[in-house]
Design a protein around this ligand. Structure first.
Ligand SMILES: Nc1ncnc2c1ncn2[C@@H]1O[C@H](COP(=O)(O)OP(=O)(O)O)[C@@H](O)[C@H]1O
Ligand SMILES: O=P(O)(O)O[C@H]1O[C@H](CO)[C@@H](O[C@H]2O[C@H](CO)[C@@H](O)[C@H](O)[C@H]2O)[C@H](O)[C@H]1O
Length: 495
């Protein structure tokens, strides 16, 4: 709590937002800058406790030096009230620098609504106009998320927040919203069975690649992504607008590729007729190639000469070094892995094509629908800075990432069984190999570059991904860490 007492109150409110009625029924947000500022100040101590417990919070393990409100926008006044808040978290210290900005959607009511579970409650506000009111994560309140859909449907503007719709059929403004329970890096609200709104949690100036690429694919008529219906954004200072939320068609009949794969893997344990996931893996490879083709046609591409390929390899080596610093267990593999990056530099890849790609492809980002595979979440790896996620990359980076995902799924066969069970280990390795090969064959059949034609590139890309996963698991799911570490061990042996 002492951290928040040091919080700064630089609440910026856009002057173009006309002040609304003041002093509506307590505990409603008042639409004056002073009213918003007072509310934010009383919320900060509760936010400081709650924020680090959220999966999407990237500052875990680092002390909070200051919470700095960036923009506060009241989207509804009264009881309940809805406050949209962009909040910067500064960590101070030697590595200091401006911290991450997060998007919070805060509900304020006299009492906790039944739909809002206790984990979504930040606490009761103390002092000021809102004394005693319940502050909660409004993502869980169907009434308040319904307000957001109305704003998206009408294309409203509130100060620096703009709600934008794509051309096409109108949006219904009155569907009930429910918070998605999927494990994810952001927060999503599902409206009936029609739409899903992703609220990006960590906000950077600039168009989020999820919006950028989904719009490009939608405009090119691709059916490999859910159609974009609307989005909202905000202008922070004079920078390019930052994407805050993305509304897409919901795929009610879709099955999650990760769940499908796990189901198949589980059957290997005793089912005499385990399904043949390789057919699906092949189709998924084709779908990936199709998406890559559209992206290469509709967005900028480039060719890398030798020095630029050396830069690509150098960036991988740098990421490895940062990962070694974060997870010392990687140190013993460092020299072998660096050898793989050197081999990439030495390989004859002059003229390597780079283009916009998915950037964080895995089975959980692929949904099987009655019309075929659909890909989701083109945001790239959430831990990377936005500018880096928007850079053109070799398309095989997505292929390598998906290959890692087959390995993850296979590793589930071994979860909970004695570590050395050779039979299970053999089954898991064979399942992964079969599906990895089928996926690559599908990718090539769909017009993508043959992964087996660039072994140095594929190995380097797979290592780069596995290194990312080691850091990701160490930070978010330490009990999963052995999965990417085992892959690192294998990949290092192959150099
Ligand atoms: N259009 C959609 N239709 C159905 N389910 C979806 C859709 N978009 C996302 N989901 C579900 O929500 C999950 C999280 O979505 P995702 O875009 O990956 O969010 P995040 O970036 O927060 O990880 C997906 O794994 C999927 O289960
Ligand atoms: O889906 P997100 O954008 O949140 O991606 C992050 O989380 C993923 C896990 O949910 C993580 O993916 C890793 O675990 C998957 C199994 O849960 C596995 O299929 C992937 O291959 C593996 O990379 C992803 O890396 C991370 O960015």
């Amino acid at each position: 709590m002492s951290e928040t007492s040091r919080s700064q109150a630089h609440l910026h409110r856009d002057p173009s937002a006309a002040p609304g009625p003041v002093g509506t029924r307590a505990p409603g947000v008042r639409r004056t800058a002073a009213g918003v500022s007072e509310l934010v100040q009383s919320a900060l101590p509760l936010i400081a406790e709650w924020l680090p417990t959220q999966r999407w919070y990237a500052g875990k393990g680092r002390p909070i030096a200051a919470l700095v409100p960036v923009i506060g926008t009241p989207l509804q006044v009264g009881d309940p009230a809805l406050l949209h808040l962009l909040l910067r978290v500064d960590h101070g210290g030697a590595t200091g620098g401006p911290g991450d900005v997060y998007q919070l959607l805060l509900g304020i009511r006299s009492d906790r609504p039944a739909a809002v579970g206790r984990p979504a409650v930040l606490g009761r506000l103390a002092g000021g106009t809102y004394d005693g009111a319940v502050l909660y994560d409004a993502v869980h309140d169907p009434e308040l998320t319904g307000r957001l859909l109305e704003h998206l449907a009408t294309g409203d503007r509130f100060g620096s927040l703009s709600f934008r719709r794509t051309p096409g059929p109108g949006l219904p403004g009155n569907l009930p919203g429910r918070a998605s329970t999927a494990e994810q890096s952001n927060s999503s609200v599902i409206y009936d069975t029609a739409f899903i709104l992703k609220l990006f949690r960590r906000i950077s100036p600039g168009t989020n690649p999820d919006l950028e690429l989904s719009l490009a694919l939608s405009r090119a008529g691709s059916t490999r992504i859910p159609r974009v219906a609307a989005w909202f954004e905000c202008r922070m200072e004079r920078a390019e607008p930052a994407t805050l939320g993305l509304l897409q068609r919901y795929l009610p009949d879709a099955e999650d590729g990760w769940e499908l794969a796990l189901d198949q893997v589980a059957r290997l344990k005793g089912d005499p007729s385990p399904g043949n996931f390789a057919i699906e893996a092949h189709r998924l490879g084709r779908a990936t190639a199709e998406v890559h083709r559209v992206l290469a046609r509709s967005m900028p591409t480039a060719r890398l000469d030798r020095p630029r390929i050396a830069e690509l390899a150098g960036a991988m080596a740098d990421r490895l070094d940062s990962a070694v610093a974060a997870v010392p267990g990687l140190l013993r593999y460092r020299s072998a892995l660096r050898g793989a990056f050197q081999q990439l530099t030495a390989a004859h890849l002059d003229g390597l094509l780079v283009q916009r790609i998915h950037g964080d492809l895995h089975l959980g980002q692929a949904m099987r629908t009655p019309q075929g595979w659909v890909l989701l979440d083109f945001e790239g790896e959430p831990a990377k800075p936005l500018a880096e996620r928007r850079l053109p990359q070799p398309a095989l980076r997505d292929v390598a990432a998906m290959l890692r995902s087959f390995d993850y799924a296979a590793a589930h066969l071994l979860a909970g069984s004695p570590a050395q069970d050779p039979h299970l280990a053999h089954l898991a390795a064979a399942w992964a190999a079969r599906n990895r090969a089928a996926y690559c064959a599908g990718y090539t059949a769909g017009g993508g570059a043959d992964p087996s034609g660039s072994p140095e590139l594929m190995r380097a890309l797979e290592i780069d991904k596995a290194v990312y996963e080691v850091v990701y698991e160490a930070r978010h799911r330490p009990s999963w860490l052995p999965i990417p570490l085992a892959a690192i061990n294998r990949l290092a042996d192959s150099v």
